[in-house]
Design a protein around this ligand. Structure first.
Ligand SMILES: [Zn+2]
Length: 131
């Protein structure tokens, strides 16, 4: 195969059959494409960090890092989707910041209510002791 450049968007290398102009001469005729463009293969370079990470994927360090990452994703989902910030029709950066701050406070309150539950409502006097 002949090197045919790099696809920067997909971070991969392109290889093309060198005999695409005369497909009958191709030694891999059965595998080669009958199209006028010839067979194309893409390979991933070894410096692609999405595939070849610095931290090995099966390691304990990877699991710890990924656990942190999933908690960040849950937080973002809670703020963006559950509190519907994405649907807010805002343009000013200050307003975005304000709404995101409110959502973060709300998320914290949700966690407190989940943790303290019934006793929190009792302390605040929102419900009777008999309830
Ligand atoms: Zn070929």
């Amino acid at each position: 195969m002949k090197y045919w450049g790099v696809d920067r968007k997909r971070s991969r290398l392109k290889w093309r059959c060198p005999l695409y102009k005369c497909p009958d001469m191709c030694a891999q005729k059965k595998l080669c494409s009958p199209s006028s463009y010839g067979r194309v293969i893409h390979t991933k370079p070894k410096d692609d960090l999405r595939l070849f990470t610095k931290t090995p994927r099966d390691s304990k360090a990877w699991k710890i890092k990924f656990a942190k990452r999933t908690s960040v994703e849950r937080t973002l989902k809670r703020i963006l989707v559950d509190y519907t910030i994405e649907r807010a029709r805002l343009r000013a950066e200050k307003r975005w910041f304000w709404i995101a701050s409110l959502a973060a406070v709300n998320q914290h309150l949700d966690a407190q209510v989940n943790k303290l539950g019934h006793s929190l409502f009792l302390k605040l006097g929102l419900i009777d002791k008999t309830a």
